[in-house]
Design a protein around this ligand. Structure first.
Ligand SMILES: NC(=O)c1ccc[n+]([C@@H]2O[C@H](COP(=O)([O-])OP(=O)(O)OC[C@H]3O[C@@H](n4cnc5c(N)ncnc54)[C@H](OP(=O)(O)O)[C@@H]3O)[C@@H](O)[C@H]2O)c1
Ligand SMILES: [Zn+2]
Ligand SMILES: [Zn+2]
Length: 349
């Protein structure tokens, strides 16, 4: 076994976001494994939901969007060598045989994808621990070479926030002429704006208030619509082909659905406890409602290539990992523009 250091939640604490520094074990490399020195890891709102107990019980080392450098390779690894820059996302294994895996959608593996933290290893049944840590060991095919030119810190959020919005954009055929609305301008939302705009769509941000208007425009949107302005919401009736909902809290869906035109689609990405809308909310206009969860290997590789080509990364605030609790607290308050990224080098000390 190899020992590494990371930041672990403590559900017994009054303040669950006060993560504790902990030493724990990573497995010895299997033939098709690599070890990665994790340099940067984004702080996703799903980490916060998880730490707060919304997505299951038990203490975990969170973190599922990271970049780092390969430090060891198993004998059967042919695609990566020591020293390669790599990116790791939300999934680290799958059955590889079901229809979903064969379609490149390992995120929907019928046997259940192995998530980067809180998952169950397919070989030895141990619980996976995430990327708020200095080293990670995984099957090499679930690590992605980080294209040259992408900044390692700013690219880390592409691996969850980015891919989570990329798959629904691609699956919806978004391109020039498409009208896309992005609800919630946070980690996922700001990357949705950048990616949809780069695909050629006309993008509108749906936000609580107008404070983020300038940001929305500089990210590539043509407008920001204040969702607290009832008249503006009414006036937007039928305006969009796709609404991507990245809002992290429970909220009313009907006003957002009302903004879809004929055959428009509503993509639920945000708060995992949201209930789907009632039948009559999406019947008029033959609206489609779908949900989506991160992404498979094909789309992830495609996203990284697209981002390298278009110079897209997240807008990040990088903090030493010892300040992880501050990052989580500020994320909870909405005080982030637009993604915290932990620099894990301080774990060497
Ligand atoms: N399906 C997936 O694959 C997937 C992957 C990752 C994350 N997620 C989920 O997606 C959600 C967003 O994650 P994130 O990391 O982007 O979070 P985030 O950075 O905190 O952004 C969430 C945004 O939601 C809006 N918002 C927050 N509270 C709200 C409220 N009470 N009412 C209306 N709007 C509110 C805010 O936008 P404004 O300030 O502009 O209003 C905020 O910036 C989380 O629930 C997360 O668990 C899903
Ligand atoms: Zn995430
Ligand atoms: Zn499978």
């Amino acid at each position: 076994m190899r020992t590494t250091t990371g930041w672990q939640s403590n559900s017994a604490s009054d303040r669950p976001t006060d993560l504790e520094r902990t030493a724990f074990e990573r497995r010895d490399l299997r033939d098709d494994d690599i070890a990665v020195r994790v340099d940067f890891c984004g702080v996703c709102h799903s980490d916060l939901h998880r730490i707060q107990g919304m997505l299951g019980e038990g203490d975990i080392v969170p973190g599922h969007e990271a970049t780092g450098v390969v430090t060891a390779v198993g004998p059967a690894v042919t695609d990566l060598v020591m020293g390669d820059r790599v990116a790791i996302g939300t999934i680290v294994d799958s059955c590889g045989e079901c229809a979903m895996c064969l379609a490149g959608q390992e995120n929907y593996c019928w046997q259940g994808p192995v998530t980067t933290y809180g998952g169950t290893d397919r070989v030895d049944g141990t619980k996976t621990q995430g990327l708020y840590s200095r080293e990670y060991v995984l099957k090499s095919t679930f690590a992605y070479r980080l294209p040259d030119g992408l900044d390692a810190a700013a690219a880390a959020p592409l691996m969850c926030a980015g891919i989570s919005v990329w798959e629904p954009l691609v699956a919806s055929g978004i391109g020039p002429g498409s009208r896309v609305a992005v609800a919630g301008l946070g980690g996922l939302g700001h990357l949705a704006v950048k990616l949809a705009a780069a695909l050629g769509a006309e993008v509108t941000v749906l936000s609580r208030g107008t404070a983020k208007t300038d940001d929305a425009i500089s990210l590539g949107a043509t407008a920001l619509l204040d969702t607290t302005d009832e008249q503006a919401v009414q006036d937007a009736r039928g305006r969009f082909d796709l609404v991507i909902d990245t809002i992290s809290a429970e909220h009313a869906l009907e006003p957002l659905l009302g903004m879809l035109g004929l055959d428009g689609s509503f993509c639920m990405l945000g708060n995992p406890l949201m209930t789907p809308p009632r039948f009559f909310a999406f019947l008029p206009g033959r609206k489609r409602v779908f949900a989506s969860g991160t992404g498979g290997r094909l789309h992830t590789a495609e996203l990284l290539a697209f981002c390298a080509e278009h110079g897209i990364t997240a807008d990040v605030e990088v903090l030493p990992s010892a300040r992880v609790s501050e990052a989580l607290d500020r994320l909870e308050r909405g005080d982030v523009r637009y993604r915290f990224v932990l620099d894990l080098a301080d774990l060497d000390a």
